[in-house]
Design a protein around this ligand. Sequence first.
Ligand SMILES: [Zn+2]
Length: 265
Amino acid sequence: MQLRSSTLTPTPELRIDVDPFTVRLNFHGDLDFFLRTDARGGTIKRSLSEKTSVKDVIESCGVPHTEIDLILVNKQPVDFGHAIASEADIELYPVGAKPPRFKEKHLQVTTVGRFVVDGHLGKLARDLRLLGFDVAYDPQAEDRQLLRVMERENRALLTRDRRLLMHAVVKTGYCPRSQNAEEQTIEVIHRFDLLGSFAPFTRCLRCNAPLRKVSKGEIIEMLEPLTKIYYEQFRRCTGCGQIYWPGSHFSKLQKRLEQIRTSCS
Ligand SMILES: [Zn+2]
């Protein structure tokens, strides 16, 4: 795909041939997750014969730049555009696992409350909406659309497609390690420091629009006979019109919410 192949192409000014040299990369914390099994826990060597951005060197090992919060090249902090043109030792750290003296250095934004979620992560999208977060989600969305929504609406991209995260336009993103939806939700809560920002039952699970409280009189015509009798409190989606009330469905969601809260603490 044209879109993706552009991610690893060095910018023209960096394409200067130099004598071949070797760089050594050490990935810390849980960045091992992205490495080939035989490369985990050790030093990865890369032979280069042209000046290359540190972003491209990192991503040639399979690790998207969105996962790196600190880069030390020969012990000095650098950003992703830093050009490597000679032998170097490169240390890479994820968010939340940096040496104490670099605690204030961040390549990543850590607090984000707006997301665009890959079509394969529907349960994660639903969980985040349940917690009140603004989540753009379209199960049919193609890569291009995800990137467009991310840029236009200033959202963090959540996907397990690491090649998509490697695209240069992705400023903030995250690849959930787990394949389990609940664990993915916990990961995202920790990664983006969301624990203090929950606002459950304020957003529509179907369309993401905010819910507003409505009186029973406003919607009574739309209720099933038993719902009319047993419930007094209702919320309605300002987007699609879906009505929510504390019925059996609501208590299932409440349970889900409690599970998430317990797992986070
Ligand atoms: Zn809705």
